[in-house]
Write a protein that binds this ligand. Structure first.
Ligand SMILES: NC(=O)c1ccc[n+]([C@@H]2O[C@H](COP(=O)([O-])OP(=O)(O)OC[C@H]3O[C@@H](n4cnc5c(N)ncnc54)[C@H](O)[C@@H]3O)[C@@H](O)[C@H]2O)c1
Length: 261
């Protein structure tokens, strides 16, 4: 997929990975980049600096997503690529209360379903289009210290995979972006990026570079951190051994740095 001349929407585009994507897409000659964010000020700053368009959107709100898509298509044109990127982390295990589970489920999973519900039929009708879902390496492996994050990111990977299978023959191209730790507000809250940064903290610009590479190669699974593929292979070849290894990693991190919200 070539980015030049494309109309692109990025949710959570006001900072972190989303901002890195917006900047790179603009540099690659996208026709229009719509920087959508809950934080209008951040969206405006990024949009201004890349001559894009800022849009308010809380991805937790079904109507905000519908409006974002409809307004973009009415005012700018048909969306070629929608990057459903905004997401949150909630630390903790089974003690996390239902309200917080509901919130992370709506943001990390249901938002992508809602994007697909509005956009996929439109894209199919006009011959195709692309979606990128920002999941996480936690959706393939697991996030130590956050069961809600691991579970919702697994669901996001499953969703991307299912959309690719279900609608691929009708022209829908899907990408699942699965990084480990990336420098952003999310990792800034945890010194050194937390346990996800075990293989280092990547800059959003580097993630954007890996995304461009995957677009060029048309590869569904985008793994900015190369180690993740090896971990996936180890997990697939011996699940029990992998679980033991993860418990060891957890013990190492919880001793040194207890995870706090
Ligand atoms: N940072 C990492 O280490 C990392 C690693 C793997 C995956 N991810 C995933 O990448 C995505 C982006 O993460 P990040 O670290 O860049 O995020 P971040 O916490 O830096 O936030 C980026 C932007 O998203 C916006 N945002 C937050 N909630 C929103 C909502 N409900 N609606 C619209 N915008 C919202 C914020 O205002 C912010 O401008 C998330 O889905 C995250 O789970 C992040």
């Amino acid at each position: 997929m070539d980015i030049a001349g494309k109309i692109i929407v990025v949710t959570g585009g006001g900072g972190g990975i989303g901002e890195g994507l917006c900047r790179r897409f603009a540099a690659e000659g996208a026709k229009t980049v719509v920087v959508a964010d809950l934080d209008e000020e951040r969206a405006r700053k990024v949009a201004e600096s890349i001559k894009g368009i800022a849009a308010y959107c809380d991805v937790r709100d079904r109507r905000d997503i519908e409006d974002l898509i409809s307004n973009t298509e009415e005012r700018v044109g048909p969306i070629d690529l929608f990057c459903s990127n905004a997401g949150i982390i909630t630390l903790g295990g089974v003690e996390v209360p239902d309200e917080q589970w509901q919130r992370i489920w709506e943001i990390n999973v249901l938002s992508h379903v809602r994007v697909g519900r509005v956009l996929i039929p439109r894209m199919i009708e006009r011959g195709g289009g692309a979606l990128m879902i920002t999941a996480s390496a936690a959706g393939l492996l697991s996030q130590i210290g956050s069961i809600p994050y691991s579970v919702t990111k697994h669901a996001a990977v499953g969703l991307a995979e299912s959309i690719a299978i279900t609608y691929g023959d009708q022209g829908i191209q899907v990408f699942a972006l699965c990084p480990q730790a990336v420098r952003s507000d999310m990792t800034r809250r945890h010194e050194g990026g937390g346990v996800a940064a075990v293989d280092g903290l990547m800059e959003p610009e580097e993630v954007a570079e890996k995304v461009m590479q995957a677009f060029r190669d048309d590869t569904f699974l985008i793994l900015p951190h190369g180690e993740v593929k090896t971990y996936m292979q180890r997990k697939a070849s011996d699940y029990d051994r992998w679980l033991h290894g993860m418990r060891r990693l957890q013990a190492r991190f919880l001793e040194g740095a207890p995870l706090k919200q």
